[in-house]
Design a protein around this ligand. Structure first.
Ligand code: NAP
Length: 260
């Protein structure tokens, strides 16, 4: 294995996730010279957690054509889609733009959660499907599907919602909603206490995967509470995908420097 002493390469990470932040740190540590790492954030969150290393740009590109232009203009050698599994538009744009600009694309996608004995999961395909199911399941809901998804539940007048979001919602909410602004990671003791204090009898979540927000599932299982879980959208086909930042660093080394 020989690594060139100095080869200038540029990686663009589409971020907004814990894995994306770590990947920026991992790539910079693995290639302290010769690699420029830029992370792109959508700008949805008022005070985003910044990547562990490298440069940051914030805001949309203007669709796949805008992203393809950015890749060309900034001489990007590798695009890594480390966005959230439910961020379908940017993921589709990444696949199109990479093809258009002739830049290799790697996806970093954390695995989804899997139920264990004792879980009372109700998988649904969408937030609308979750809203349809809710009235039969409970009346005090912990809703953790993000502030932009609250609108899907706004027509439900009966249940009381505890909506946990990073920033306060600005759009339509169900009439009986209390907002709790908080950002993970969340620990098990805290999640147990939250369910107990608010007498939660149903949890709604996306199948985000990862450890940072998983304790709510354990707390729900222990309390015998049903969980409405929104299935992941299908990712684009044919994109090489890895499951964690360390794997992504290794694959990026191969793709950029032929390091094996
Ligand atoms: P989305 O619906 O897939 O994307 C909508 C638009 O936002 C895209 O077309 C793009 O605008 C812009 N965008 C999204 N991610 C971007 C990025 N990393 N850098 C630059 N522009 C980006 O995305 P979303 O679901 O709203 O998620 C937005 C961000 O929040 C993502 O970075 C994602 O990783 C993070 N996030 C999402 C969720 C979730 O549940 N969806 C949860 C946690 C974190 P242009 O077309 O103008 O380029």
């Amino acid at each position: 294995m020989t690594r060139p002493a100095r080869v200038d390469r540029h990686v663009l990470i589409l971020g907004g996730t814990t894995e994306g932040r770590r990947l920026a740190g991992g790539l910079s540590a693995a290639h302290p010279t010769g690699l420029r790492v830029t992370t792109s954030l959508a700008g949805r969150v008022a005070a985003p957690r910044l990547p562990e290393a490298g440069e940051v740009r914030i805001g949309g590109f203007g669709g796949s054509a805008g992203l393809a232009d950015w890749l060309r203009e900034h001489a990007v050698d590798l695009l890594i889609d480390a966005t959230h599994p439910f961020a379908v538009r940017i993921t589709a744009n990444a696949a199109r733009a990479a093809g258009e600009a002739g830049v290799p694309l790697l996806a970093l996608r954390r695995p989804g959660w899997t139920p264990v004995p004792g879980d009372r999961w109700h998988p649904v395909d969408s937030l609308a499907g979750a809203a349809d199911l809710l009235p039969g399941l409970g009346s005090r809901v912990l809703l953790t599907t993000g502030r932009l998804g609250l609108e899907s539940f706004a027509h439900l007048t009966e249940p009381w919602f505890l909506a946990r979001t990073v920033d306060p919602p600005t759009g339509p909410c169900p009439p009986r909603t209390t907002v709790l602004t908080a950002r993970g990671p969340f620990d098990l003791d805290g999640e147990r206490a939250l369910l107990r204090e608010h007498r939660i009898d149903v949890l709604v979540t996306k199948d985000s995967g990862g450890t940072a927000t998983a304790p709510k599932l354990t707390a729900a299982r222990e309390a015998g509470i049903p969980v409405v879980i929104v299935r992941r959208p299908e990712p684009p086909t044919g994109v090489p995908t890895v499951a964690d930042p360390a794997e992504a660093v290794a694959r990026a080394g191969e793709l950029l420097f032929d390091v094996r």
